[in-house]
Design a protein around this ligand. Structure first.
Ligand code: 13P
Ligand code: 13P
Ligand code: MG
Ligand code: MG
Length: 375
């Protein structure tokens, strides 16, 4: 069977209104740009919040220059529309002036997998806004390593040997493989710190097949200054040796706290929503995730099914709202506000510099002497 490639390439090239959603003219422009391409077998233009996701099938493999160029050109064309409408942050995620071979490192987020289509090939494409790639760590761990979430790990012979997790260190640009379940405790010391370590690929130990892939770009690290959060995407294959669709969705029924809300500088609950509900406006959030389900059919994308539109996720949304209410009461204090070194915005260097002459040194010996004299 011939291999084909599923590529999801995303960018924020202008918000409508502020950072809350994508203007319909941008989505139209993206469809127009992909429609004309002879490279693609099929495509779907998805969106969440102010991010556009180009979901594409083709035979060019991962990191295919033509596909990356097509995506770059599409985002450039959308940026033109965003500029014309004076949308907010037009071209926000396009960090380079011109395309040079691969969009990785140029701003857009990328998740790609090469696969041989099974007799039936259900996939879920998760798109999130107001967060970062490490937001997938907890749900991917639950889907592929936690039997309390995924009963298939216990009772499906094709899943019982477990999965290999590839974890990327975003600071040192190195990756490491963990064979689960044996290396579970070793892995958790890393992926429990999602600002630095991200699950990038997951492979089946039974077949060696790719099971999941996430986008792992960090715009703020790449650019060295704030230029928007790197809102992430993730592809998960389902059924027949992979998690059932419901096992892949189940982690989102308990909203976890992620970084990236308001000015990319706050923690908030990741709320699972339908596409119609994917316009974050409360304090620019709370962070959102949509799940688009497709059946692949000779590379055609049959779908999408809007998987979090189910009222069974209403309670998760209510819980996310309760968590959001609570966190908002903390205002500018951690842990709602991110730690100093993770905030995307800060006045600290300027304020500290201005006040530096007012900081007094504390001399511990003097203090001890004073205390002794007072006795
Ligand atoms: P401005 O600093 O451009 O107003 O943006 C604030 C904001 O919305 C953070 O992304
Ligand atoms: P985006 O990263 O989605 O552009 O949001 C910026 C932000 O910080 C909004 O408050
Ligand atoms: Mg934006
Ligand atoms: Mg966004």
């Amino acid at each position: 069977m011939e291999k084909m490639t599923l590529s999801v390439i995303k960018a924020d090239v202008g918000g409508f209104i502020g950072h809350s959603s994508v203007h319909p003219e941008l989505l139209e422009k993206a469809r127009e740009s992909l429609e004309g391409s002879k490279l693609l077998i099929d495509y779907h233009v998805g969106h969440v919040g102010d991010d556009i996701a180009l979901i594409m099938t083709h035979r060019g493999g991962s990191d295919c220059e033509e596909i990356h160029k097509l995506s770059w050109d599409t985002f450039v064309a959308c940026t033109e529309v965003a500029k014309k409408l004076k949308l907010y942050g037009a071209g926000q995620d396009l960090l380079a002036d011109a395309f040079s071979g691969n969009v990785r490192g140029m701003g857009p987020g990328v998740a790609e997998m090469e696969l041989t289509e099974r007799p039936s090939e259900p996939v879920i494409i998760f798109l999130a806004d107001k967060t970062e790639p490490g937001a997938w760590n907890l749900p991917l761990y639950k889907m592929f390593a936690d039997p309390f979430n995924t009963i298939g790990l216990v009772i499906d012979p094709k899943m019982h040997s477990g999965f290999i997790f590839e974890v990327l260190d975003l600071i040192e640009h190195k990756y490491v493989h963990f064979s689960l379940p044996d290396a579970l405790y070793d892995m958790l010391i890393f992926i429990g710190a999602p600002g630095r370590y991200c699950v990038r690929h997951i492979y089946s130990k039974t077949t060696g097949d790719i099971a999941a892939v996430s986008s792992t770009q960090r715009l703020n690290l790449m650019a060295g200054r704030y230029i928007g959060k790197d809102d992430p995407v993730c592809i998960v294959r389902c059924q027949s040796g992979f998690p059932a669709v419901g096992e892949a969705l189940e982690p989102f029924a308990n909203p976890h706290l992620v970084a990236g809300w308001m000015r990319g500088s706050h923690h908030g609950p990741l709320m699972p929503v339908s596409v119609a509900q994917a316009t974050p406006t409360r304090f620019d959030g709370p962070p959102r995730v949509v799940g688009l389900g497709f059946q692949l059919c000779g590379g055609r994308l049959i779908g999408p099914q809007d998987l979090f539109a189910d009222p069974a996720f209403d309670r998760a949304r209510a819980k996310a709202n309760e968590l959001a209410d609570y966190l908002r009461t903390l205002g500018p204090f951690e842990p709602h506000r991110l730690p100093l070194d993770e905030m995307e915005y800060t006045t600290m260097p300027e304020v500290k510099e201005r006040l530096k002459h007012r900081f007094m040194s504390v001399n511990p010996e003097e203090l001890l002497a004073e205390a002794a004299a007072g006795e």
